[in-house]
Design a protein around this ligand. Sequence first.
Ligand SMILES: [Zn+2]
Length: 414
Amino acid sequence: MTSVLRVNGDRLWSRLMQMAEIGATAHGGCNRQALTDADMDGRKLLARWAEAAGCRVRVDAVGNMFVRRPGLEEALPVVMTGSHLDTQPTGGKFDGVYGVLAGLEVIESLNEHAVATRHPIELSVWCNEEGSRFPMAMMGSAVWSGRLALDAAYALTDRAGLSVRQELQRAGIATGSPVQRQAVKASFEVHIEQGPVLEQKSKTIGVVTGVQHMSRHEVVVEGQEAHAGPTPMDMRRDPIRVLADLLPALYAAAAQRGKDARLTFGFIETLPGSPNTVPGRLRFTVDIRHPDAGQYGALREEMNQLVFAALARHSLKGDIRCVWEAPGVTFDSDCVAAMRGATAALGFDAMEMVSGAGHDSCNVSAVVPTAMVFVPCAGGLSHNEAENAQPSDLAAGADVLLHAMLTMAIDAKK
Ligand SMILES: [Zn+2]
């Protein structure tokens, strides 16, 4: 019986379009930044739909919303899905919103087919995922998972000086009580890919096995300012010599780590920056990413060695330091298997992939078993008013979510 269950793709699409009317922008996108009137109106619309579907809605002290469909055994841990309703200032109709409305569609479909689950089902709407108004991406899920203190979230302010605490209170959300984390058996998130790979490979579903490791490093090399004319080449202390060695060596090192390695020199600065002066100082950044922990660690180590070898070769002083790092995430193997199994049972063309962007599921996965699936978006565009996706792909992702959640929620095991 449950194997023939499908979500209602037309209803999903029509609700995506209704939600997109709230905070609609001139060029077909959305501006529902966290805790603005538009964000709150979007959440009210979701609450109306959820209550009409017989669900209970509650909001925690950091503004995360939870929609609960009871289970046969209410004391069991919930099977969860969720994403976010807030957008970038010139955001699209699908980033985050799709994951929330696909979760609601799972609940509607179970109701329509009178399917009861042993475990309760909860749909989460994480507060301030985008971090564009209050500068902390994935804020609500970070507090919920214990990675960010509630008071640190409250203290964040927007450009007008309004704090998260003030804006929560303005929205009528009770602040101050601790954020309690409910017991969760498994958590799933569907999202548009936000990159071009699925579309280019003509795949409907990307089974996401994790999020890549990433870090940013700053290299400084000290030289000596000297006149570009009178100073012979062999009598200069030219920091660009180090860069000249490092660029080909680092590109080669990254290439050796396979096609998943990412290497970006996003910022290169010389001081004083004069065309006829040998620079006295060179500063540049290296951003490295890799989905595999071993390869990532090896590339980082090799980068350090190459920097110090180049400094020594040219008898120059300098240093490299890590200025930002986000550890990679490996999603839970049972949750990934549930997504993979649902995809195969439904017969969708799929591939396994690693996310290049952060998601609420990164925080959630720190404390409960988690996995994600991606669906294609047009041209890989996201954080853009032109963001678009095919209704059939969106329905496919919601169907995969439905069956992965059912596997977990019906399962006799605790
Ligand atoms: Zn998102």
